[in-house]
Design a binder for this molecule. Structure first.
Ligand code: ADP
Ligand code: MG
Length: 351
């Protein structure tokens, strides 16, 4: 991958005190948002929200549950930890402004490992113009636990909820789906081969797009900006972390509606189709149930359709119906199936 870490040194974290450690890891971060009045260093950060709505969201990532350091480089993990949070602000049609980062790590982690993690986190802060303004650092008995909180803001009339879609509105998705899930399948397969034969040199090049979707996802802040430019106000929105199917169901349930989702419209990259075949999976199932694409799913009024028509980043995949019709998939052959929320779920894993 593009950010390779080859450390010559391994310094125990305990050689620095807690304060020196925080200072060392965060010294490269500078505040860039006018709303970030005080960042790291006081008992609390001080924020001036410029817009009427302040938005707050938190996500926790646990080693062995949400990520596997066997194939997830720490730089990528740092980047992804920020991105998954920023994506939640985008899903409210807001702009992310600040982040806090809390970490618990066991003594297995070296200073260099944490530097890589912070380096990835800093790359995301720079890319999305978000400030790291605080956090907490502590030890864990086993593994790494990451908790990130993101702050953002939106103009009151622009904030977009899951609950405000209306009957007949169009269901739209950004980008394409299924890539991140297949990237994970590829990485898991390579890890297993490697465990049997450590000399094995994986050739991930044919799967570059998929692996990148898994290891270095992006939050679709560009779509929030695009919609603003096109003067399209989404009526309801959600980000796709658990798979299209389960997020469509969330939108339907929260808005008390049903929907028809057309299989033939679901945007799927050619690599997802070819790799699905290789794994003997159905690409539609992968796109519906594979998670972690972090694309945006939203509804728009019919009258706004001409504004988004033909945009390569946006695809109309269906429309909303009355609740009594349920959330349905219309297959290529015209059959109707109720959508099921089989999305990837952390609680499905055995302890
Ligand atoms: P307190 O004892 O008041 O919680 P800390 O010593 O934990 O203070 O933190 C000191 C400052 O460093 C605070 O501004 C806090 O937000 C920040 N901070 C602590 N840990 C981290 C971290 N892992 N990443 C970023 N900032 C951190
Ligand atoms: Mg603290």
């Amino acid at each position: 991958m593009e950010w390779e870490n080859k450390d010559r040194q391994s310094t125990a974290v305990s050689t620095l005190g807690e304060f020196a450690l925080i200072e060392h890891l965060t010294k490269g971060f500078e505040l860039q948002n006018p709303g970030s009045l005080v960042g790291i260093g006081d008992d609390a950060a001080v924020i001036h929200f410029q817009k009427e709505h302040g938005l707050i969201s938190t996500d926790m990532l646990v080693e062995g549950v949400h990520f596997d350091l066997g194939y997830m480089p720490l730089t990528h993990l740092g980047y992804k930890s920020a991105v998954v949070n920023i994506s939640d602000i985008c899903a409210m049609n807001g702009r992310p402004t600040q982040l806090t980062l809390s970490l618990a790590v066991s003594n297995r982690f070296t200073l260099e490992a944490l530097e890589h993690f912070y380096d990835g986190f800093a790359k995301a802060c720079a890319h999305y113009k978000v400030d790291l303004v605080g956090g907490d650092t502590t030890s864990s008995n086993k593994g790494m636990i990451i908790s990130v909180t993101v702050l953002g803001e939106a103009e009151k009339e622009k904030t977009t909820y899951r609950s405000k879609a209306a009957d007949n509105e169009l269901l739209v998705v950004s980008g394409d789906l299924g890539g991140a899930y297949l990237g994970l399948q590829v990485l898991e397969r390579e890890k297993q081969v490697f465990q049997v034969n450590p000399q094995h040199q994986p050739d991930l090049e044919p799967y570059h797009y998929l692996v990148e979707r898994q290891l270095k996802p992006e939050a679709r802040l560009d779509i929030v900006e695009l919609l603003e430019k096109l003067e399209v106000q989404p009526t309801a929105m959600i980000d796709i972390s658990d798979g299209l199917s389960s997020e469509v169901i969330h939108l339907c349930q929260n808005s008390q509606l049903g929907c028809q989702l057309y299989e033939e419209k679901i945007p799927i990259d050619p690599t997802v189709i070819s790799t699905s075949e290789e794994f003997k999976m159905d690409p539609t199932t992968v796109a519906l149930n594979g998670g972690e694409d972090y694309e945006l799913l939203f509804t728009i009024k019919q009258e706004d359709f001409p504004k988004i028509k033909g945009n390569p980043n946006l695809t109309v995949i269906g429309h909303m119906t009355e609740a009594s019709r349920g959330a349905q998939l219309v297959t290529r052959s015209g059959e109707l199936f109720p959508l099921q929320a089989q999305g990837w779920n952390a609680f499905n894993q055995e302890d």
